[in-house]
Design a protein around this ligand. Structure first.
Ligand code: GLC
Ligand code: CA
Length: 539
């Protein structure tokens, strides 16, 4: 293994924690940082992940549940305080777990002191820290840009007689990254956390920070292949050419990379980048390993669960990832429907196997390892502002509390406390404790895959090659490093499929998604039952 491959963010598995929903430690029904500390042994030993990414825990009015930050350099009392954060970092590092924090550079809360100053009057020195513009002569907004969460992305400010830009909620005004003072202030925020010892950042809507300097109108989208990953509402009907992703964004990430590289060991960055066009997506790796370490790759969220479609996605990723870059895959997060609900349990087991055996860093979403499902919440009880504004977009369903035990409140919060979102009805079956005792459980499949991956160079850093020919309903590939070759095969159909892998020599089954199958097998006749996935080794 060369030095590059030894890097934790290439080798390791990242686990996303949505702090509100992970573990409550003080009985207020809201998860917190002490709760994360209380589950550190689970993360390190029971599950066995290498890094955690914490969704925002900063002071926030919680208009968008923490993605509206009112102070970048502190902890919201609901989640704890800086001392608890430092303790979390220590406890993680003692167990060999890296800590990635979420940073939200595109917008602040409208309660952030910077914005309060900015909107106080037109001559305020921070006026230009946000994007303010006059109305058109007829009083309408400066251009036709729409907010992701519905409506115009311009909000009228009566007092100072101008509009300000907000790509999301009006409570989330966009910072003006063209202003050098904003750049400096935000890079200081990165440094604040780097100096505390964090290992990296997940950058919220990383490509949004630079817009067209002339604020040109967006055209209507006539080509669905060019639109949004999730074309919801009016927003999805426009082609978002000018309101995000201006090429000047790359200069910002080159500067960030210089800062990350100035620490020892260099720190890591992954950008939340929803771009469908592969070539453009890959530009965020930089020209020469000089921007983000990874743009999140969300393609598996939208690829139909079919052998050929999945293979095409994987090969697209393989072909656009620059030689120095490293691929990565995502199956779920706090913005997406739950994996087990999206695909159904059987396919979700295959998905876990795919995610943990492809070439690239996997990111898991908390609770997916138990097979947690979406929870239906009546509209009048929903909390997510997006879901309340645009029908069908609600994210509460996939943010319900982690299911730890079959006991009261699933072990998420104290007896008698009211969890901030309701628990799933099925939590007495689907939870960590119950599943640990069941060899066929979702959790034990994840544990087996994670444990095997950890000790397999081929899976962590080996090359990828698709295997041909295989039946049309199958997707098979190998991963190889040195003299270790692992073969992964999926049957994506309702009937048994037979593979002939005799040309590889002798083969041993290591993990099956379905049965407790292991040991050597006749390589000429490898039967995969419907929707089964196998990890095998050439011996
Ligand atoms: C990102 C976050 C999402 C948030 C939005 C606005 O997409 O993942 O949860 O609502 O940015 O900050
Ligand atoms: Ca709490």
């Amino acid at each position: 293994m060369d030095n590059q491959s030894a890097l934790w963010w290439k080798n390791g598995v990242i686990y996303q924690i949505y702090p509100r929903s992970f573990q409550d430690s003080n009985g207020d029904g809201i998860g917190d940082l002490q709760g994360v500390i209380n589950r550190m042994d689970y993360l390190a030993k029971t599950l066995g992940v290498d890094a955690i990414w914490l969704s925002p825990f900063y002071p926030s009015p919680q208009a968008d549940f923490g993605y509206d930050v009112s102070n970048y350099c502190d902890v919201d009392p609901v989640f704890g305080d800086l001392a608890t954060f430092d303790k979390l970092l220590r406890e993680a590092h003692e167990r060999g777990i890296k800590v990635i924090i979420d940073i939200v550079p595109n917008h602040t809360s409208n309660q952030h002191p910077w914005f309060i100053e900015s909107r106080s009057n037109r001559d305020n020195p921070k006026r230009d820290w946000y994007v303010w513009r006059d109305a058109k002569v007829d009083g309408t907004p400066p251009n036709n840009w729409l907010a992701v969460f519905g409506g115009s992305s311009w909000e009228w400010d009566e007092k100072t007689g101008q509009y300000y830009l907000h790509s999301f909620l009006k409570e989330q005004p966009d910072l003006n990254w063209r202003n050098p003072d904003v750049q400096k202030a935000m890079f200081d925020v990165y440094r604040f956390w780097l100096d505390r010892g964090v290992d990296g950042f997940r950058i919220d809507v990383a490509h949004y920070i630079m817009k067209d300097p002339e604020l040109k109108d967006n055209p209507v989208n006539r080509d669905p292949s060019k639109g949004e990953l999730k074309p919801t509402g009016e927003y999805g009907k426009m082609l978002h050419l000018y309101d995000k992703g201006h090429p000047d964004v790359h200069g910002i990430y080159r500067e960030l990379r210089r800062i990350l590289n100035s620490y020892q060991p260099p720190r890591y960055s992954v950008g939340e980048i929803h771009i469908l066009d592969w070539k453009e997506w890959a530009t965020y790796y930089g020209q020469n390993d000089d921007e983000l370490h990874m743009p999140f790759n969300f393609s598996l969220l939208v690829t139909p669960w079919k052998a050929l479609a999945l293979r095409k996605t994987v090969e697209a990723v393989e072909s656009v990832t620059p030689p120095w870059g490293w691929p990565n895959y995502v199956l779920g997060n706090h913005d997406e429907p739950r994996l087990a609900s999206r695909l159904g349990l059987q396919k979700a087991r295959q998905a876990a196997m795919l995610l943990l055996t492809l070439r690239g860093t996997p990111t898991l979403y908390n609770g997916d390892e138990f097979g947690q499902m979406n929870v239906t919440i009546p509209l009048e009880e929903q909390k997510d502002p997006w879901g309340k504004r645009v029908p069908g977009t609600g994210r509460d369903q996939n943010r319900t509390p982690n299911q730890w035990t079959p006991g009261t409140n699933a072990g998420f919060t104290a007896e008698g406390a009211i969890p901030w979102l309701p628990l799933a009805d099925n939590y007495q079956m689907v939870n960590m404790q119950t599943e640990l005792d069941d060899p066929a459980s979702f959790l034990n499949l994840y544990r087996k895959l994670l444990a095997f991956r950890r000790q397999s160079n081929a899976l962590r850093v080996g090359r990828y090659e698709a295997i041909d020919p295989v039946p049309e309903a199958c997707f098979a590939y190998l991963r190889q490093a040195g003299n270790e070759t692992i073969i992964i095969a999926f049957n994506m159909s309702d009937i048994t499929m037979r593979l002939d892998l005799r040309r590889f020599g002798n083969i041993e089954i290591i993990i099956s998604t379905e049965l407790n199958r292991n040991g050597t097998i006749d390589a000429a006749r490898i039967d995969l039952s419907p929707w089964e996935g196998l990890v095998m080794r050439i011996i």
